[in-house]
Design a binder for this molecule. Structure first.
Ligand code: NAP
Length: 557
């Protein structure tokens, strides 16, 4: 973090050339926030560390990267014309198509001229007197630094933007090629005839393996924890389906804007043991054949919380794994033993288990033979050294708070955000935290568990309403009260204690050594978000303190 030099700014109040709104991050949330801010008449700019549009879909360009939400439910819904003109090729689009889509949106709505790329925020300091943020950006490759003053700062930096690389001794000594899935290079990586290691077997790793298996000489999969993977069941969108999608836009939008999880799949109201054993078996077969998250959202309503029902679903999946993987020993290792379905975010796969039937694909169980170090030639476990040409680190992210706590954010009285959140984040609606006025973070900590763009979009809409409200009432500064934040954060903790979803791994900081263990999602989901937003509006923004900047006494409200 670079601190902003005193004296770099000659204009201590928001004035000519300063911004109303600075958005950080050109991912799906930041693009929408920029659009909404401009549409609302603000002077807005977006800065992005990467050299292009896409956020997660810019950085995660690894082979096999694709949605596991249906494409047309993930894309924007604010413009029917946009929905009509963009024909997704597949029900679950691959990364290149998503990156193309986001670039199309940026150009379609003339947003690019309001964007600066290669500009990572390295410091952001609240200036009490002027009621503005002074934000420093630096170019990762150019080293160019700029300082911007903005009234409102919106960190749309996402939950999965800081890759986690485990502290493996000797990693820098490896002479081959190594990349993290979350920082995949723009230039294609040559896998042809290569000996490849894939470390990590969650959502990213299980997508990489089948995507490269046809090209490589060999793949060795390093697994610490097996996951409850089920089929994605992707397929191209037919011409008839394209027509139906367009004809059903309003209905789809209504469903997506109101559904608990942001998917269009119907919720199942039945509990598992209302059905006979035979009916359950037939139902699980239907779930297995269903697309993506439907296995989650349309499964028996008690599938997460009823241990017996969960165990039966797990046994069903285990049997499927056994039926696909020829080698019984490998099959048993690919079956999770230490967690129930849903305790970790389930990955969706196409050809992952089948890959283990290839002679050139092998599995290393790190619980039995942990990694000792990397060598110049490859990876050494307690079982010996294996040479590789390419190592793929699919080892996850510092979820939720990773980006925001590394941006050098300093609120009132120089309060450092990373210290404020040292025991885990506290927020109001997952968009603001007390002590950091005029700072918003839609799509950040206390995000939803569901189809991300829908919940994040709800938050962007709220942030936009809040800053319009502030402006239109003649105020400069908006800050959530400590009481409102406490109320929301207590709800988050209560809901976390009551859910069994995502209680191990990234959603509780469990994957990052030394990170505080606090639930990073909003298990109350959209219903709680909608309820609290309605309350804010019905009470004339009582949850917030609105004030003029302190160097003036004018108040036009
Ligand atoms: P992840 O879920 O955090 O998984 C990381 C993997 O790396 C786990 O298998 C983990 O094992 C392993 N790992 C971590 N440290 C290790 C170490 N020191 N030695 C060996 N193995 C280690 O990360 P991810 O797969 O990148 O997924 C992150 C999130 O990205 C997902 O939950 C999802 O939200 C999103 N995602 C979505 C899609 C999609 O389809 N749309 C695709 C990819 C990712 P342990 O489990 O034992 O810790």
């Amino acid at each position: 973090m670079t601190s902003i030099e005193p004296g770099t700014d000659t204009n201590p109040t928001k004035g000519e050339g300063d911004l109303d709104v600075l958005v950080v991050g050109a991912g799906i949330t930041g693009i929408y926030q920029l659009y909404r801010a401009l549409e609302s008449g603000f002077d807005a700019l977006l800065v992005e560390a990467g050299d292009g549009v896409g956020g997660t879909w810019y950085w995660n360009r690894y082979p096999g990267a694709r949605f596991d939400s249906e494409s047309y439910t993930y894309g924007y819904l604010f413009s029917e014309e946009l929905f009509d003109e963009w024909e997704w090729e597949e029900h679950f689009a691959a990364q290149p198509e998503t990156e193309r889509y986001l670039n199309h949106v940026v150009d379609r709505f003339d947003l690019r001229r309001h964007m600066r790329f290669g500009a990572a925020v390295t410091a952001a300091e609240w200036d009490e007197r002027s009621g503005t943020w002074l934000v420093r950006t630096e170019g990762a490759t150019t080293g160019d630094a700029t300082t911007v003053r903005t009234r409102m700062l919106v960190a749309a930096t996402g939950v999965l933007s800081v890759p986690f690389l485990p502290d493996v001794a000797g990693r820098e000594r490896f002479a081959g090629v190594q990349h993290h899935t979350g920082r995949w290079p723009a230039e294609p990586v040559d896998f042809a005839g290569k000996r490849v290691a894939v470390v990590g077997t969650s959502s990213s790793g299980v997508q990489v393996v089948p995507a490269i298996v046809d090209e490589v000489a060999s793949i060795t999969v390093y697994q610490r924890t097996a996951n409850w993977c089920t089929p994605l069941n992707n397929r191209p969108i037919t011409v008839e389906e394209q027509v139906e999608l367009r004809a059903g836009f309003e209905e789809l939008r209504e469903v997506l804007n109101t559904s608990i999880h942001g998917f269009h799949h119907p919720m199942n109201t039945r509990t598992a043991f209302e059905d006979s054993a035979e009916e359950r078996r037939a139902f699980f077969e239907r779930m297995w054949a269903s697309p993506g998250f439907m296995k989650f959202t349309s499964n028996y309503i008690d599938i997460l919380d009823n241990a017996e029902a969960n165990a039966e679903w797990c046994e069903f999946i285990a049997d499927k794994i056994r039926s696909v993987v020829n080698d019984p020993d490998t099959a048993e290792r690919l079956i999770p033993r230490d967690h129930r379905y849903g305790q970790k975010r389930p990955p969706y796969v196409a050809g992952y288990f089948e890959a283990f039937n290839r002679a050139n694909v092998s599995l290393v169980d790190l619980r039995e033979t942990p990694i000792v170090r990397m060598t110049e030639a490859g990876i050494e476990t307690t079982d010996g050294e294996q040479p590789f040409d390419v190592v793929v680190w699919a080892t996850g992210f510092d979820f939720g708070t990773g980006a925001m706590t590394r941006m050098g954010i300093r609120g009132r009285d120089g309060l450092a955000l990373e210290e404020h959140w040292a025991d885990g984040p506290t927020t109001f609606l997952g968009v603001q935290t007390h002590g950091f006025p005029n700072l918003f973070f839609p799509g950040g900590p206390h995000a939803a568990a569901g189809n991300n763009p829908r919940y994040n979009g709800d938050q962007v809409d709220f942030v936009t309403d809040a800053i319009v409200h502030t402006r239109d009432h003649g105020y400069d500064v908006i800050e959530v009260t400590a009481e409102a934040e406490e109320r929301w954060s207590e709800m988050i903790d209560r809901a976390a204690a009551a859910t069994s979803f995502g209680t191990i791994g990234q959603y509780v900081g469990g994957n990052i050594p030394g990170k505080s263990k606090r639930y990073l999602l909003n298990a109350g989901g959209r219903p709680k978000l909608f309820k609290e937003i309605a309350r804010v509006k019905n009470t004339d923004y009582q949850a917030f303190e609105l004030s003029p900047r302190s160097d003036t006494t004018s108040r036009t409200a």
